[in-house]
Design a protein around this ligand. Structure first.
Ligand code: ADP
Ligand code: ADP
Ligand code: ZN
Length: 215
């Protein structure tokens, strides 16, 4: 099964993807994570992407679609993919169709996380992750069970993203509205969009997504 998690920055895509990975052994394909890894490693892609990401604008369609194609080739046979933060433009949506068709597979569900934009700045500015395993947390909404210790791996180092500040988030929201939200009708026309209230508790959102996937 292949699914897209769609929603603005802070909607909960990464949080829910991590849960689906643990429960179903699917693979999370996050172009944001891939790009951050490229920036950290100082690859040519990373050098090109760094400033764009810091501004909260979108990296080129060619770059991200190439990253997705490469990652898909490393999936185990039959392993499902969770696209998190991809596609973000109509061109990327078209590329994804081609990429999947060439691998004899297709999209099963697009889950739209519907959120109140006013809540997103607080979500984003309170976000942090385990520096060792990448598990996501939040200052108010999802602290580790034991303060300062990662629930998943016991790590004690955490990090915050440089683009998780209010100004950049505003730009990212504008990008989402202008370029990403308009791809929903493509998937609506295929009847594969399921909508979830992303303002509910994290557990409730997970349960709602599970119901869509079971359909
Ligand atoms: P995205 O990947 O869509 O940008 P994240 O999954 O990283 O969003 O979530 C952004 C922040 O909000 C994280 O700190 C996460 O812990 C928190 N969060 C995610 N889902 C919820 C929710 N349903 N309620 C409250 N906080 C949430
Ligand atoms: P969030 O989880 O907050 O939605 P991401 O981690 O998905 O953010 O993305 C961070 C940044 O990486 C984006 O603001 C953008 O600059 C770049 N990026 C990630 N995915 C894509 C994509 N599919 N197309 C273009 N740019 C992307
Ligand atoms: Zn950890």
């Amino acid at each position: 099964m292949n699914i897209i998690l769609l929603g603005p920055p802070g909607a909960g895509k990464g949080t829910q993807a991590q849960r689906l990975v643990e429960k179903h052994g699917m693979r999370q394909l996050s172009t944001g994570d891939m790009l951050r890894a490229a920036v950290k490693a100082g690859t040519p892609v990373g050098l090109q992407a760094k400033a764009v990401m810091e501004r909260g604008e979108l990296v080129s369609d060619e770059i991200v679609s190439a990253l997705i194609g490469e990652e898909l080739d490393s999936l185990a046979p039959g392993q499902g993919a969770i696209f998190d933060g991809y596609p973000r433009t109509a061109a990327q949506a078209e590329s994804l169709d081609v990429i999947l068709a060439s691998r004899n597979t297709q999209l099963d569900h697009v889950v739209e996380l519907e959120v109140d934009e006013e809540a997103l700045v607080e979500r984003i500015t309170g976000r942090f992750t385990c520096a060792n395993c990448g598990k996501g947390y939040h200052d108010t909404f999802e602290q580790p069970r034991q303060l300062g210790v990662c629930d998943k791996c016991g790590g004690t180092q955490f990090k915050r993203r440089p683009d998780d500040n209010e100004e950049t988030v505003r730009t990212r929201m504008v990008e989402y509205r202008a370029k990403t939200a308009p791809i929903l009708p493509i998937y609506d026309a295929r009847g594969i969009v399921g909508r979830v209230n992303g303002m509910a508790d994290i557990d409730h959102v997970t349960a709602a997504i599970e119901r869509i996937l079971a359909d």
